[in-house]
Design a protein around this ligand. Structure first.
Ligand code: HEC
Ligand code: HEC
Length: 310
C-alpha cells in the first residue's frame, strides 16, 4: 500500500512538474514567427483616384478600430480587456518609431491578406483578414496608407498588447496565418445580388460580426456556422455588451423592415424604431444608395437562417 502511494506521489509530482514547465514555456518563450509566408510582387498605383478609393475603404473597414479619439488620426486606441489580455489597436500613422513607416507595400499586402506582421509574428485575430477582397481594392488601401492624408499624420504613441497566459497559449498553439486565396474580381454594380454578396462577404465583412460564431470561415463565408443569423457578443469599453442581430429574412432579422428603412439605417445609423446603433455597429455613410440596395438584395436572396441543432 505504502509503495503504491509512493509511486502515485511520484507520478503526480512528475505531472505537476511537467505542467509547470509548460506554463513557464508558454509564459516566457517568444511567440512563433511565420517567415515562410511569402511576400507578393507588387506595384501599387499611387494616383489620387486610388488614394481616394483607399481612404473610403479604410474609413469603412479600419477607422472604427484604429481611430485615436485624441489626435483624430489612425494612431490606435485602447481596445479593452478580456480573458486573453489587454489590447490596443496599432498606431498605423506614418510615425517612424511607433507607426508603420517601415512597412513596405508588399508587407502591408501580406498583413492584410494573411495576418502576418512585418516582424513575422501574427497580428491578433481581431485584426480582420481581407482574404478575398479584390487585388485592386487591397492595393487602394495600401496606396492610401502610404499617402500624406491628415488621418495618417505622424503621431508618436506606443500601443502595447499584454496577453494573459491563455492569450499566449492561443498565440503559441492555436492561431495561424490565413492562407492566401485567389483574389476576387469585383462584380459589376448592375448585378445587385452578386455585388451585394461581394460587399457582405469580401469587402465589408458584415458576416464576420453578424454570424453565430466569431470563428468565421473567411475562405467560404456562407459555410460559417449560423451565417448572418446573428448571435455573437461584442464588448466595447464603457458600454454594456451587445449581441449582433440576424440579418436574415423574411422570418427573422430584417423581415419587418422596408428597403427604404434599411437605406436610412445604414446611412444614418438609426433603426426604424428610432433607436441608434451601438458600437461596434456604425453608420456606413460612405456607401451610396446603389451599394446599400445591393446589400439588401443579397440579404433578401438568402431566405431565413438554417441553424443546425445541437
Ligand atoms: C476589430 C478591430 C480592427 C480592425 C477593424 C482593423 N484592425 Fe488593424 N489592428 C487591430 C489590432 C488589435 C492590431 C494589433 C494586432 C497585433 O499587433 O497583434 C492591429 C494592427 C494593425 C497593423 C499593424 C501591425 C504591426 O505590425 O504592428 C496595421 C498596419 C493594421 N492593423 C492595419 C489595418 C487596416 C488597414 C485595417 C482595415 C482594412 C485594419 N487594420 C482594421 C485591430 C483592428
Ligand atoms: C464590427 C462588427 C460589425 C460589422 C462589421 C457589421 N455589423 Fe451590423 N451590427 C453589429 C452589432 C453588434 C449590431 C447591434 C448594435 C446594437 O445593438 O445597436 C449591429 C446592428 C446592425 C443592424 C441593425 C439590425 C437590427 O435588427 O436592429 C443592421 C441592419 C446591420 N447591423 C447591418 C450590417 C451590415 C449590412 C453590415 C456590413 C455592411 C454590418 N452590419 C457590419 C456588428 C457589426
Amino acid at each position: 500500500m505504502k509503495n503504491i502511494l509512493k509511486y502515485l506521489g511520484l507520478g503526480l509530482g512528475g505531472l505537476l512538474m511537467l505542467a509547470l514547465i509548460m506554463v513557464l514555456f508558454v509564459q516566457f518563450s517568444s511567440p512563433p514567427t511565420f517567415e515562410e509566408v511569402p511576400l507578393p510582387e507588387l506595384a501599387v498605383a499611387t494616383d489620387s483616384a486610388s488614394v481616394q478609393a483607399g481612404k473610403r475603404l479604410v474609413q469603412m473597414n479600419c477607422a472604427g478600430c484604429h481611430l485615436d479619439p485624441e489626435s483624430g488620426t489612425l494612431a490606435g486606441r485602447w481596445f479593452g480587456q478580456n480573458p486573453l489580455g489587454e489590447a490596443h489597436t496599432a498606431n498605423i500613422t506614418r510615425d517612424a518609431a511607433t507607426g508603420i513607416a517601415a512597412y513596405t507595400d508588399a508587407e502591408l499586402y501580406r498583413l492584410l491578406r494573411t495576418g502576418v506582421k512585418r516582424n513575422h509574428e501574427l497580428a491578433l485575430p481581431f485584426m480582420p483578414k481581407l482574404v478575398s477582397m479584390s487585388d485592386e481594392e487591397v492595393e487602394d488601401i495600401i496606396a492610401f496608407l502610404r499617402s500624406d492624408d491628415p488621418l495618417l499624420q505622424p503621431v508618436e504613441a506606443e500601443r502595447p498588447i499584454e496577453l494573459s497566459l491563455l492569450g499566449k497559449a492561443l498565440v503559441k498553439f492555436a492561431w495561424k496565418p490565413q492562407p492566401y486565396q485567389a483574389a476576387r474580381v469585383k462584380p459589376p454594380r448592375g448585378n445587385a445580388v452578386a455585388y451585394g454578396e461581394y460587399l457582405v462577404n469580401s469587402q465589408l465583412l458584415c458576416f464576420a460580426c453578424h454570424s453565430a460564431t466569431h470563428e468565421v470561415n473567411l475562405a467560404a463565408p456562407p459555410q460559417t456556422q449560423g451565417y448572418l443569423a446573428g448571435g455573437t457578443e461584442f464588448v466595447e469599453p464603457g458600454q454594456e455588451p451587445v449581441v449582433s442581430p440576424s440579418l436574415r429574412m423574411p422570418a427573422d432579422g430584417l423581415g419587418s423592415w422596408t428597403e427604404a428603412q434599411f437605406i436610412t439605417a445604414m446611412k444614418e445609423g438609426v433603426r426604424p424604431d428610432g433607436t441608434s446603433f451601438l458600437m461596434p455597429m456604425e453608420a456606413y455613410d460612405e456607401l451610396d444608395t446603389i451599394e446599400i440596395r445591393a446589400i439588401w438584395a443579397y440579404l433578401g436572396s438568402l431566405g431565413p437562417a438554417q441553424i443546425a441543432g445541437p
